[in-house]
Design a protein around this ligand. Structure first.
Ligand code: SF4
Ligand code: SF4
Length: 340
């Protein structure tokens, strides 16, 4: 892998140049407490150290709402819409969110690639950044705290700037014309800084070890009292799924125009925490109770993923951080594991 180095001041200049290549989004304050990926106007408003964004990066490639096709019932025809997609550059993506995107890829690109997602993804540039955990993070036990694929460039904090890992051909193409901003000489001091940073980072996680066996604990404890107790607190608001970087459930709706003949089919995010998620024709609901829906999320994230990965949860902590009922996902899983 190629490594280069950049100072903090030159990073701002690099961001300014990235704006010429597409729409640059990066973490910025959207309130005193919250961050989100926002289109960059002033590069000095980009935040390099943040805990988590409100919305996950998947929304740039799998938008909250998107038209699939338009229809005309008289002609019994479907009109494919031209997929509107622009070059999106995401700067400052954490490791967990990069792995989250790869989980979404497995849904939308394997076997029958989804044309809309594919086009958005091909237009995307991902630039990662290193981070330190807070008490909500547990990406370490999901073993995604260091990522080796799924990004074009990755910025690691060093004492006077960033050491940059160049991962893809696109990444090389971003560096080459901007070599005046980068140094190609990497010192022992730089790599020592990263090694020490990683030791410090590992020690900061509130839990240690790995949870590769979590699905078995869930399977062995299907009737654990945690499900009833915690689902009684749940408001069914769907914040946990909307903010999750790996949730991918959607619904489709036909929206007719006022002429009663034409319209469009729209795909939009759904949530397994909504009562209607399991509701099918004829009025049957596969998950009629809040407990059924609560149980489903815990198992979907941690036990229904054998074919793709050890976990559909990357330990970002959003579902706890943004839960208005203060339901603690990590703590509840520890309880099921008998480690609370
Ligand atoms: S965010 Fe909390 S309250 Fe809302 S659906 Fe999820 S678990 Fe329930
Ligand atoms: S389940 Fe919760 S902690 Fe895991 S990836 Fe989703 S939001 Fe993050």
């Amino acid at each position: 892998m190629r490594y280069v180095k950049i100072s903090r001041e030159n990073t701002y200049m690099f961001l300014e140049r990235l704006k010429d290549l597409g729409t640059l989004h990066a973490p910025q304050n959207i309130s005193e407490k919250y961050y989100d990926f926002v289109e960059v106007d002033d590069v000095h408003s980009v935040i390099f150290e943040y805990n988590r964004t409100v919305r996950p990066p998947r929304r740039f490639f799998y938008p909250e709402k998107e038209t699939m096709f338009k229809f005309n019932m008289e002609e019994v025809e479907e009109y494919p819409v031209e997929i509107q997609s622009e070059r999106v550059i995401l700067f400052g993506v954490h490791s967990c969110d990069i792995v989250g995107l790869r989980i979404i890829d497995a849904t939308f690109l394997d076997e029958q690639p989804d044309p809309m997602y594919k086009k958005h993804r091909e237009n995307g540039i991902i630039i990662g950044i290193s981070c330190l955990p807070d008490e909500y993070c547990f990406c370490n036990v999901r073993r995604v705290e260091i990522v080796d694929a799924g990004f074009d460039l990755f910025f690691h904090e060093i004492s006077d700037g960033f050491l940059v890992r160049v991962r893809s051909i696109t990444g090389h193409k971003l560096i080459e014309p901007n070599l005046d901003l980068f140094e190609e000489e990497i010192s022992k001091e730089d790599t020592d800084y990263i090694a020490e940073f990683e030791v410090k980072r590992r020690s900061m996680f509130s839990i240690q070890g790995n949870w590769d066996d979590l699905r078995y604990h869930l399977e062995w404890n299907m009737d654990h009292p945690m499900y009833v107790r915690e689902s009684e607190k749940c408001l069914g608001c769907g914040n946990c799924t909307t903010t999750c970087p790996t949730c991918r459930c959607y619904d489709v709706k036909d929206i007719p125009n006022l002429d009663g003949k034409t319209g469009e089919r729209v795909r939009f995010w759904d949530s397994c925490q909504f009562r209607t998620h399991g509701l099918v024709a004829g009025g049957h609901n596969f998950r009629p109770t809040k407990k059924d829906r609560f149980f489903n999320r815990y198992h979907c994230k941690n036990a229904y993923c054998q074919e793709v990965t050890t976990s559909y949860c990357v330990g970002c902590g959003r579902c706890t951080y943004f839960c208005p009922a203060e339901i603690n996902f990590k703590q509840n899983l520890l309880e099921v594991r008998g480690e609370a």
